[in-house]
Design a protein around this ligand. Structure first.
Ligand code: SF4
Length: 685
């Protein structure tokens, strides 16, 4: 135990910004189900740490999966690469800046550690193998700040961005000595809470491990949860009061799930009066709507601009400076949430509608405060260039001499100004996402760009002397044919030719790095009814594309495995019956095949079945606000290769159903206000 404590203290000594509040009324162990280096790069995790600790009387400490010796580094293309929550597997740079509370992931490369659990491949920060030390001594899992056993906390709250971390989550519960299944826990055990992008997209695979699941955005839910805990006399009273709020909290044990003879969900039946049939998504509503702000700026309506740019915006940003962690030497700040485009494979787009922004003023003020600590800044957003004030932000940051990097670049929105800023900072390899190789298939996924436009955009990057570019591509999309794959090869060749042409002027050649990922259909997207491409067929397509790309000079292809795509699909689209597989994997060192054998679960039922529009989908227990007719229409339009205009992100729109149901009309005021700090005052210190 001494070695573990020393290892934790070394980590704390390398950080700046952590807190330890003694004598708190409520103690929360905030768990990230992966190792320290990757957890600290997650902005949602850091935001919750800040929010909880800002509440008087509440102390929040961090807990991570212990560091362990990693197996030799695997690149994408190994079986351990993991996928983005939007249906695409991860591509390295972007995933590393995986800060969003909505978890648009990073592409850090992953492996299984010596114990079989998913970890990042980056250097472990501990000089000892913490994992082995825990196992050798049987020490219960400890918190980082005070090295207190996690089971001694009042609340154990997991922040989960990726389905593939479910196994780590269960393993951490096992290591804590807390009963894994909620039905086995008593009044004396800590309350187990799950939040984060993956857990509210489809909570069902983890429902039976959990006492309560946060449905929506943490800025709203954190303080609400604390209020309810402090005001309740018993666990039973607490869970009932949370469930009855109707929005934001899902208490799985208060619902009975019945199934049809064919195995599909028949109904979710609340077991107590006042518990809603479905749980509404809670969203942070004070941030101005992107489209409304853009329009007001364009029209010179300064009074409206000022009204939209309120001063109460909470922008998740780096709280703890941890230079030794992934991305730890840079200040990360979320500049916007949600993406207007509505790409039909991308859950992050739909599930964070409406798109909202943090005003430039707030971003620049935070950046100024951090400049003494670092000259590197990462702008976190699903669509950086959509920000109506992006020009002001870039100018302000350049004036502060920041080296700027971004979490993702949307091809249709790349501006000369942003490219110049990225080139100047020399801090980032440019990565763009054509997604596929044919214009037809791009209309199917509602990504409205042509191959000509993509080649031109890449050319603008090359002409600035950045001759290496990464391309995110997906294989196995609905309606994909071999002709689409052939077009993918041709597109990469054209981009390579354009790079060589620009390279002549600079006297050198660069590299094209296609990153191939298997498409995984995600809940709450128009592709939620689609089957995953059958494993053997997906393998064939990936192999064919890899082989043909590898023949092109100056092209270095990377690819995920078909098997990983299937594992992700099981956890993202499964129902409650998948939980025993997760529990078994946690015991069996991450061995999925052994877990499936032991539990007898048929994974193909959950992954490889085309669902009918009449079916009740397991994740529909959550009402994300997206209307069924809208989603079904989008699904049909995909099969007709018809594109749809982006979300306008303005007031009074009713098109997809999100704004009228989650924000403007019927939402209880207390749940749509971003008043985390105000309501926190209810808890005495
Ligand atoms: S209702 Fe309209 S503005 Fe609101 S998220 Fe849907 S499409 Fe966008």
């Amino acid at each position: 135990m001494k070695k573990i404590v020393e290892s934790y203290k070394r980590k704390l000594a390398s950080e700046d910004g952590w807190v330890l509040k003694r004598g708190a009324q409520l103690r929360i162990a905030l768990c990230y189900p992966n190792v320290y280096s990757i957890g600290m790069a997650n902005l949602g995790f850091q935001a919750m740490y800040e929010l909880f600790n800002n509440i008087p009387g509440v102390s929040c400490e961090r807990v991570f999966l212990p560091d362990a010796g990693t197996t030799p580094s695997v690149s994408e293309g190994s079986t351990s690469t993991r996928a983005l929550p939007d249906g695409r597997a991860i591509a390295p740079r972007r995933a590393r800046m995986r800060a969003l509370p909505h978890g648009k992931a990073s592409d850090t490369e992953f492996s299984r550690n010596s114990s079989g659990y998913h970890v990042t491949n980056k250097k472990p920060l501990s000089s000892i193998n913490e994992f082995a030390e825990y196992e050798r001594l049987g020490t219960p899992l400890l918190s980082l700040e005070s090295q207190t056993p996690v089971r001694n906390f009042d609340v154990i709250a997991f922040s989960i961005s990726f389905e593939t971390d479910y196994v780590n989550m269960v393993r951490m519960l096992q290591m804590s000595g807390v009963p894994v299944w909620s039905k086995d826990r008593t009044e004396h055990d800590p309350l187990i809470v799950m939040g984060g992008a993956a857990s509210f997209l489809n909570p069902e695979p983890i429902a039976e491990f959990t006492d309560v699941i946060g449905v929506g955005e943490g800025e709203i839910l954190g303080a609400k949860l604390v209020d309810a805990i402090v005001e309740s006399e018993s666990k039973e009273e607490l869970l009932l009061s949370l469930a009855r709020q109707g929005r934001g909290f899902y208490v799985p044990f208060l619902y009975l799930v019945s199934y049809n003879d064919d195995g599909t969900v028949n109904a979710y039946t609340p077991t107590e009066e006042g518990v809603p049939a479905r749980i509404g998504r809670a969203i942070s509503a004070e941030n101005p709507k992107e489209g409304s702000l853009r329009r007001a700026i364009r029209r010179g309506q300064t009074d409206i601009v000022e009204q939209l740019k309120r001063d109460e915006v909470f922008a998740p940003s780096t709280t703890i400076f941890a230079p030794q962690a992934e991305m730890g030497d840079r200040f990360l700040v979320e500049i916007s949430r949600g993406c207007s485009q509505g790409c039909r494979f991308c859950w992050a787009g739909y599930n964070y509608w409406p798109p909202r922004v943090v005003p430039a003023r707030d971003i620049l003020a935070k950046a100024k405060a951090w400049r003494a600590k670092t000259d590197k800044i990462g702008l976190v957003s699903t669509a950086v260039c959509d920000h109506p004030e992006i020009s002001e932000i870039l100018q302000g940051l350049r004036a502060m001499d920041y080296r700027i990097s971004v979490s993702s670049l949307r091809l249709d929105q790349i501006s000369d100004e942003l490219l110049d800023a990225l080139v100047e900072s020399r801090d980032q390899q440019i990565a763009v996402a054509p997604e596929t190789g044919s214009d037809r298939l791009r209309r199917v996924i509602n990504k409205n760009l042509t191959n000509d436009e993509i080649v031109d955009i890449c050319g603008a990057v090359f002409d600035r002397g950045m001759l290496t570019i990464k391309l995110y591509l997906m294989v196995g999309l609905p309606t994909e044919t071999d002709e689409d794959l052939e077009e993918m090869i041709k597109l990469v060749e054209r981009i390579k030719d354009r790079m060589l042409e620009a390279g002549k002027r600079f006297g050198r050649a660069g590299k094209i790095i296609p990153s191939l990922n298997g498409f995984v259909p995600k809940p709450n997207t128009p592709f939620q009814w689609e089957a995953l491409c059958e494993e053997k067929e997906l393998k064939r397509r990936l192999k064919w594309v890899c082989k043909n790309l590898a023949r092109i000079p100056n092209v270095e292809v990377r690819a995920m495995s078909a098997r990983i795509a299937h594992e992700q699909a099981l956890f993202s689209s499964g129902d409650r019956r998948v939980a025993p597989v997760i529990e078994a994997m946690a015991r069996l060192h991450g061995d999925l095949r052994a877990a499936l054998r032991e539990t007898g679960i048929d994974p193909l039922f959950h992954t490889s079945r085309t669902r009918s529009h009449d079916e009740i989908l397991p994740w529909e227990i959550v009402d994300a606000g997206l209307g069924r007719p809208f989603m079904e229409r989008e699904h049909e339009r995909a099969h007709e290769a018809r594109s749809t205009a982006p979300c306008p992100s303005v007031n009074q729109c009713t098109r997809c159903g999100v704004c009228p149901t989650t924000w403007l009309a019927e939402a209880p005021p207390a749940l749509v206000q971003l008043k985390a700090f105000a309501s926190a005052a209810l808890v005495s210190g």
